[in-house]
Design a protein around this ligand. Structure first.
Ligand SMILES: Nc1ncnc2c1ncn2[C@@H]1O[C@H](COP(=O)(O)OP(=O)(O)OP(=O)(O)O)[C@@H](O)[C@H]1O
Ligand SMILES: [Mg+2]
Length: 392
């Protein structure tokens, strides 16, 4: 593991190592070539965010009904039914029904441990569910190994990057290509058969590296790249096989702010090119900025979905994800840090005071302190958000 990798991801399972036949989660040769990326449905658009001055309309009208968990989409690329994954007694994933709209950018959000990465692992064939089915572009994927899933046009990147450190940047890119004729035993003996394909692959790799501003690094070992550059390399490599669906697990985590903007731009460009994007992200500004649709997971389940502005102001989502006192600086409330009390903080103090009074009447002198602790536990640090909590 590189020291550049994000530090908020301690578990090994996030990092399922691939076997030799799936070194990058990208294609092998025995699967029919995926069709060209389908053009995005002509989705309705509304004026929305701009990135680097470029106007980016958001796709709207993606669902067929009211925004609610499991709502059918007009043109889903991924349809998930009854997918569960248990680890011992823990239901890490328990998704009843979920559809991902084609040609749009969908954000999958939820607190740490909600099951987002586990769901990615299942959908891409890196892990097996206890039950359930899902289809990609109308084809059942349950039981299909990861390298075939990638060959079919559904690729993913990892929360912790998977660049092969002792290969050069260009070599890493070439691993992402499909139809590598030179890898087959008999054709490998006939250089005139594979050299042409090899040249095509190199050209494509160089074009993508240039697009991701990594072209000057092509001869460097991947190990020498920064965490942000590795994220870019992983995304660029994923595009080597012309995917229709790109799944990005925390593409911004650990990325230097200077590179964040370019990653954002690349994700928007993918949508422009008709590629569907499903990404996991904790940065709510980014989600609000680029997502057309947001799916919220908590404790393995989908608890809400809908357009970003609707979903992210839903009190149930705020409670599940951010904690009910997410905008309260608990340091100020408890008096450990000097600062002004906002309305939420005042409300919280009043709640605490009420509980204190009730408990004093009931003769339980410790209840007030318990209430204070409980209030702290629902605060930002307890819920794993980046909001400034005051506990030190
Ligand atoms: N291989 C495993 N063995 C045991 N428990 C696991 C395994 N993989 C995941 N889990 C557990 O499943 C739950 C969901 O984990 P997962 O990594 O999918 O969450 P996540 O939503 O991606 O969280 P984060 O935002 O922190 O990345 C967690 O409680 C985690 O500890
Ligand atoms: Mg995760």
């Amino acid at each position: 593991m590189s020291s550049n990798e994000p530090r908020n991801e301690p578990r090994d399972e996030q990092n399922v190592e691939r076997s030799n036949d799936e070194p990058t989660g990208l294609p092998a040769d025995d699967v029919p070539a995926a069709t060209e990326p389908a053009p995005a449905e002509p989705a309705a658009t509304e004026p929305a965010a701009t990135t680097s001055g470029i106007h980016r309309p958001k796709s709207t009208g993606l669902a067929t009904g009211e925004a609610a968990p499991g709502v059918p989409k007009k043109d889903p690329i991924l349809v998930i039914d009854g997918v569960t994954r248990r680890f011992g007694g823990l239901n890490a994933v328990d998704v009843e029904h979920l559809e991902i709209p084609r040609g749009a950018i969908t954000a999958l959000i939820g607190p740490n441990g909600a099951g987002k990465t586990t769901l990615f692992n299942l959908l891409c064939g890196f892990d097996r569910p206890n039950s359930g089915n899902w289809s990609y572009d109308g084809r059942q994927l349950a039981g299909v190994p990861s390298f075939k899933v990638a060959r079919m046009g559904q690729v993913r990147t990892f929360q912790l990057t998977k660049a092969l450190s002792l290969l050069t940047v260009l070599e890493n890119m070439k691993l992402g290509a499909r139809d590598q004729t030179g890898e087959r035993f008999w054709t490998s003996l006939l250089p005139f058969v594979w050299r042409g394909r090899e040249r095509e692959i190199e050209q494509k790799a160089r074009e993508l590296l240039a697009r991701f501003k990594l072209d000057t690094k092509e001869k460097d070992f991947a190990a020498s790249l920064s965490g942000g550059q590795r994220k870019l390399l992983e995304m660029a490599r994923a595009l080597m096989c012309d995917p229709q669906l790109v799944m990005l697990d925390e593409p911004m985590a650990g990325v230097n702010p200077a590179l964040t903007q370019s990653l954002l731009g690349h994700i928007l460009e993918l949508k422009d090119a008709g590629t569907t994007v499903l990404f996991v992200e904790h940065d709510m500004h980014m989600v609000r900025h680029i997502a057309d649709w947001v799916v919220v997971m908590a404790e393995g389940r989908v608890v809400a979905e809908g357009p970003p502005d609707e979903v992210m102001t839903d009190p149930a989502v705020v409670d599940a994800y951010l904690g009910s006192h997410q905008d309260v600086d608990l340091g100020v409330v408890t008096g450990r840090i000097e600062g002004e009390l906002n309305t939420s903080a005042i409300n919280l103090l009043e709640e605490i005071e009420e509980v204190r009074e009730e408990s004093a009447e009931g003769g339980d002198a410790t209840a007030g302190a318990d209430a204070r602790d409980e209030a702290s536990d629902t605060g930002p640090e307890a819920s794993g958000t980046d909001a400034k909590g005051g506990r030190s």
